[in-house]
Design a protein around this ligand. Structure first.
Ligand code: ADP
Length: 257
């Protein structure tokens, strides 16, 4: 597969699109515009053996897009706990947290608006490639409340922690609460293990997984605060609660007071 013949010079977004169309054995693929088409193709691709040239071109294209975005750096945050409203893929911290599903390979729905899709899309296909290896080695679905680490590749953040949040069906159960708390603790423990000092949590499970944000934010805040009480010598200096809407910001703000 990685011997796809690229007779043309391999430099433009059209080249990347054509490469992924062939790689996926498609004849045609187009959604909205070239950027969306390239993103959607990344979303559906299983990167078993993409060529070095593909990754090089993809990284150039993603870095070019990144250079047009406003990046928020970790120096903007004080030590301790902060609240920040914005797109997590524009944060430059040691690690961001991704809310993923138990297959751990990112969202395959083209252009879907979940955080898993955004993070994989802007980081690049290396993340899915690395997680395929992790899943092969582990040989079972990722358990709820656990977390795995990958590099951030084309994101401003160095690393991504991928954690599986609980799915809430009707009422929030004690087990849901325990599992959500476990997501936060697993990520903080991974941070400690890899000597990362700044972490931005998204609001895990509060989107498609249906955990009401009023309750989830309380669990998140309590888990993080308790962690630092129990670990006074922690090397983690900055914890950012990242929200994606003004409504969610207000809820966290009130619960943090
Ligand atoms: P889950 O399946 O865990 O519910 P979702 O992706 O549906 O995951 O949503 C988790 C949270 O992430 C939601 O609060 C959603 O608003 C938020 N979110 C979605 N996209 C982004 C993004 N690009 N940056 C930060 N937060 C995001």
């Amino acid at each position: 597969m990685n011997n796809i013949n690229t007779n043309y010079s391999f430099k433009t977004i059209d080249d990347a699109i054509n490469y992924l169309i062939k790689y996926n054995h498609l004849t045609n693929y187009f959604i909205n515009n070239k950027e969306d088409t390239f993103r959607a193709l990344r979303n559906i691709t299983m990167p078993y053996d993409l060529s070095y040239e593909y990754y090089e071109l993809q990284d150039n294209l993603l870095q070019n897009q990144l250079s047009k975005k406003i990046i928020t750096k970790q120096n903007n945050f004080p030590e301790g706990i902060s609240l920040w409203l914005g797109d997590i893929t524009t944060l430059e911290v040691d690690t961001i947290v991704n809310a993923c599903n138990n297959q751990l390979l990112g969202c395959f729905t083209p252009l879907h608006n979940c955080i898993d899709n955004a993070i994989h899309s802007w980081a690049g296909l290396q993340v899915r490639r690395d997680l395929i290896k992790v899943m092969k080695e582990q040989n079972h679905l990722e358990e709820t409340g656990q977390a795995k680490i990958t590099k951030g590749y084309n994101l401003p953040s160095q690393y991504i922690l991928h954690t599986v949040g609980p799915i809430v069906s009707n009422e929030v159960t004690k087990q849901n609460e325990k599992d959500l708390e476990s997501c936060y603790l697993s990520c903080l423990n991974l941070c400690e293990k890899h000597q990362l000092t700044s972490i931005a949590f998204c609001s895990i499970s509060t989107g498609i997984y249906g955990y009401p944000i009023e309750k989830a934010s309380k669990v998140a805040i309590k888990a993080v605060k308790t962690y630092f009480i129990l670990n006074p010598n922690s090397k983690i200096k900055k914890v950012i609660f990242n929200v994606f809407s003004k409504r969610d910001y207000d809820i966290y703000y009130n619960n943090l007071k």
